[in-house]
Design a protein around this ligand. Structure first.
Ligand code: CP3
Length: 361
């Protein structure tokens, strides 16, 4: 199945179930309209920076926490309650749909996803299981629990982009240089494209299930795409991310496309079908917006490490970033990557207050 098929039903179903969040600052900014205040949420806002998260996780493995609806719901709500952010992000992980499809994967604390049988040959690709929407029933249940609890706070669904998932599957785990991944794309392009097609189907199916269950926006995480040149991105990745993102265009929900170290790729990532470009801390927001074609809102881009530099330094960076964002067609404040586990949660809360005090562009 391609990511673009079987989407009509989910779109209709979601349209009737969806909450009316007219005026929610996050959605206004993501649609390029003027919000009532500068909206902010943080990648990895749920997680080890929060003592209430660490308490819940003591007795539950990561994948269990992602697949036990009341736990998933509670963990997703924790940062919303504590920080007053303008959006929740579903607590999950990019490898959850791989696990649900039947691929052996473990999330090892301090390391990340580890794949039981790495995928490296045509036969390995052929043996990959087909995804189905029912595999994500527990994720849909968590979303159903969340929507009434969230009131008028939007919920962001997400998935890993085909390239970032392919890197984990081929390398067998986290990789600094992605050498096996890059070797496969060049030495066996047919196998590469077949794998990327299968991953686009897994990602597309997972995102459409979240949309049908009622999420208000989606973010595609291509965290490791910055390892590629623009030429290679266009040849080996763009068609597959386009398959995923274009299949979601009909939902009318904002599609955020994010990567790390992707300064050279913003134009291509916009072409893949994004409504909002996620920007890491390396590129000023207005520069990123121009590279993305000049018409798209941006999301970002405080360096997560700045949260360790003291509130004065944080506030100065927030002011600078808000001013750069005000020159863009829309701005959702965020970090340039996820909240680091040792971050002081009180600094995060204070940062939300500083963001909300900034003028809107
Ligand atoms: O609040 C949120 O932002 C939602 C939570 C979220 C998680 N993973 C929870 C998680 C999101 C959006 C992800 C996506 C994800 N997972 C990405 C893309 C975003 C990015 O960071 O670039 C990637 C590359 C992964 C793969 C992955 N999963 C890594 C690198 C790790 C960290 C390993 C470690 O222990 O340091 C994980 C595990 C993971 N996913 C944790 C959390 C909260 C830590 C697990 C724990 O708490 O024990």
């Amino acid at each position: 199945m391609s990511a673009g098929t079987d989407t009509a039903d989910t779109t209709v179903q979601s349209a009737t179930a969806r909450r009316d969040l007219a005026g929610a600052p996050f959605l206004e900014a993501a649609h390029g309209r003027r919000p009532s205040r500068l909206p902010v949420w943080f990648m990895r806002q749920a997680g080890r920076s929060l003592p209430e998260y660490r308490a819940l996780r003591r007795d539950n493995a990561m994948l269990e926490a992602c697949l036990t609806p009341d736990l998933t719901c509670e963990i997703t709500l924790q940062p919303v309650r504590r920080h007053g952010v303008d959006a929740a992000i579903l607590f999950s992980d990019i490898v959850v749909p791989l696990h649900l499809a039947g691929i052996g994967v473990e999330i090892v604390p301090g390391t990340g996803p580890v794949i039981e049988h790495p995928v490296r040959t045509a036969a390995d690709v052929e043996a990959l299981p087909e995804p189905s929407p029912e595999q994500s029933d527990r994720v849909a249940e968590a979303i159903a629990l969340l929507l009434p609890e969230l009131g008028d706070t939007p919920l962001i669904g997400f998935a890993g982009a085909p390239f970032t998932l392919a890197s984990y599957l081929i390398e067998g785990g986290p990789s600094r240089n992605h050498e096996r991944t890059k070797a496969l794309m060049r030495s066996e392009p047919d196998v590469w494209h077949a794998l990327m097609g299968r991953l686009a189907a897994i990602t597309g199916t997972f995102l459409h299930r979240q949309v049908a269950a009622g999420v208000d926006a989606v973010q595609l995480f291509d965290s490791w795409a910055g390892a590629l040149s623009e030429r290679d991105y266009r040849e080996f990745v763009l068609p597959h991310s386009t398959a995923v993102l274009s299949s979601l265009a009909g939902t009318g929900l904002p599609r955020i496309h994010f990567g790390v170290g992707t300064a050279e790729l913003y134009g291509a990532m916009a072409e893949a079908g994004a409504d909002v470009i996620g920007v890491d801390w390396r590129t000023p927001l207005d520069v990123a917006a121009a590279r993305a074609g000049g018409a798209l809102p941006v999301q970002g881009n405080l360096d997560p490490a700045v949260l360790f530099a003291g509130q004065e330094a944080v506030d100065a960076e927030v002011v600078r970033i808000a001013a750069e964002g005000a020159r863009c067609p829309g701005h959702v404040f965020n970090l340039g990557h996820g909240v680091l586990p040792q971050t002081d949660p009180d600094v995060v809360t204070r940062t939300v207050e500083t963001v909300h005090a900034q003028p809107v562009g």
